[in-house]
Write a protein of this length. Structure first.
Length: 272
């Protein structure tokens, strides 16, 4: 597969810009990253329903959505084993800046990326999609190395309110490996402003090696998908109760943090 295959279209796009033919063509790249480069070990994918909507909530690392790609790969493999249609694929919410990245922005959209926001999340869930959300947002890319795997606040709990209104389960996910893929040594605020990125990180290879510095390091990844947290019994009106929303959001954040710690404990080393 040539470089142009990573950016040009492959077939018909849906209303969100998702291109199933393109996703099928690019998936072998993700499979190679999953199996050989990052040697991902995943667990709990059976908790994600093969049909019907669900909201998955995970921790985030780095500007590029590699964690969404690896989580998607783990889910799709589980769905394939369960006999789900090949056309079914999770959709992931990403910051607007991802769509402004040259070359990569097109691919993010065609692979199922959707601009993050309550309205888009609600619509996706109403259409029956499995939705991946990363409530730490772009701020996760600015965490110093000493604070890796310490989750930031999950905003104002918008994801929890959206799940309550839709009556869908929230499924916590812990992802380990992304922090070492791009170890952040610092950041360059001036370049962040010039490039209109939330942060312009400095890693051991970027920007020293230019575009080659965007190649992630071969860290060992672990993906843990926890048991669903039901919301249907709360009723849609509970989404207007800030106390309920914030309590649910914090409970999910705590569970994601626990999953991250569990995976760090079980991982023998970050690279070996």
């Amino acid at each position: 597969m040539g470089v142009l295959d990573l950016v040009r279209g492959g077939g018909e796009e849906d209303a969100w810009g998702y291109d199933a033919a393109y996703a099928a063509r690019v998936q072998p790249v993700f499979d190679a990253l999953y199996d050989q480069w990052w040697r991902v070990r995943s667990s709990g994918a059976e908790h994600v329903p093969t049909d019907g909507p669900a909201l998955l909530v995970a921790n985030h690392a780095g500007l590029l959505p590699w964690d969404a790609a690896m989580l998607t790969t783990a889910i799709c493999r589980s769905w394939t084993e369960a006999g789900a249609p090949a056309s079914r694929r999770p959709r992931f919410l990403v910051g607007d800046e991802a769509f402004d990245l040259p070359w990569l922005g097109v691919g993010v959209r065609k692979l199922g990326g959707v601009p993050a926001g309550p309205a888009n999340a609600a619509r996706l869930l109403s259409e029956g999609h499995t939705v991946l959300a990363f409530p730490e947002g772009s701020g996760a890319a600015g965490k110093p190395w000493a604070h890796r795997y310490r989750l930031l606040r999950f905003g104002r709990g918008g994801f929890a309110a959206t799940a309550i209104r839709a009556g869908v389960p929230i499924i916590p996910c812990g992802i380990v490996g992304g922090e070492e893929a791009y170890p952040r040594l610092g950041q360059l605020p001036v370049l962040a402003r010039l490039t209109r990125l939330p942060v312009f990180p400095v890693t051991p290879t970027f920007p020293l090696l230019g575009p080659l510095g965007l190649v992630p390091l071969p860290s060992k990844w672990r993906v843990a998908i926890g048991e669903p947290v039901p919301t249907a019994a709360l009723g849609p009106t509970a989404a207007e109760d800030r106390a309920v929303v914030l309590a649910l959001a914090e409970a999910v954040r705590s569970r994601v943090q626990d999953l991250v710690h569990e995976q760090l404990t079980q991982r023998a080393g970050a690279f070996l």
